[in-house]
Design a protein around this ligand. Structure first.
Ligand SMILES: [Zn+2]
Ligand SMILES: [Zn+2]
Length: 143
């Protein structure tokens, strides 16, 4: 989802973590920032490969590194395939947000502006994370 403010370039986001902005890191983060939906490893590989050769293992490590650095997050779809997104990370620490998954085409979109439902837990329970996914049909599939 595109926000009102333009995202800082991937180079500066990576440099702000005190990390080396390798070509694959920059290209991968740039690909995620430019995408309007969460992308699978395969989709990212295809897009990054347009500018330079990247092997699967390197790309996998870079994706996990971006997640570990808080520059991206991953969501498992109904098909159990991980999808990666940088939505909500460019402007600061990522807030938890809901996702939309299309049951027809499998597309997963970050709902940046959604507020998460408040769920109260029984006494003594502790929450680690909250995941909210709305399933339905995307605009393309409804046409
Ligand atoms: Zn769809
Ligand atoms: Zn998301």
């Amino acid at each position: 989802m595109s926000g009102a403010r333009p995202a800082p370039p991937p180079q500066s986001l990576i440099a702000a973590r005190g990390a080396r902005a390798t070509r694959t890191r920059v290209q991968t983060l740039g690909t995620l920032l430019a995408a309007h939906e969460a992308l699978t490893h395969h989709e990212i590989e295809r897009r990054v490969a347009r500018s330079h050769d990247v092997d699967r293992v390197t790309l996998y490590r870079v994706l996990e590194w971006l997640v570990g650095q808080g520059l991206a997050h991953k969501i498992a779809g109904e098909d159990r395939v991980w999808r990666y997104s940088a939505a909500g990370h460019a402007q600061g620490p990522s807030a938890t947000h809901a996702h939309f998954e299309c049951s027809d085409c499998g597309r997963v979109v970050c709902l940046d502006d959604s507020s998460m439902p408040a769920v109260s837990l029984p006494r003594g329970y502790r929450r680690h994370e909250v995941e909210v996914t709305v399933r339905g049909s995307c605009d393309d599939c409804q046409r």
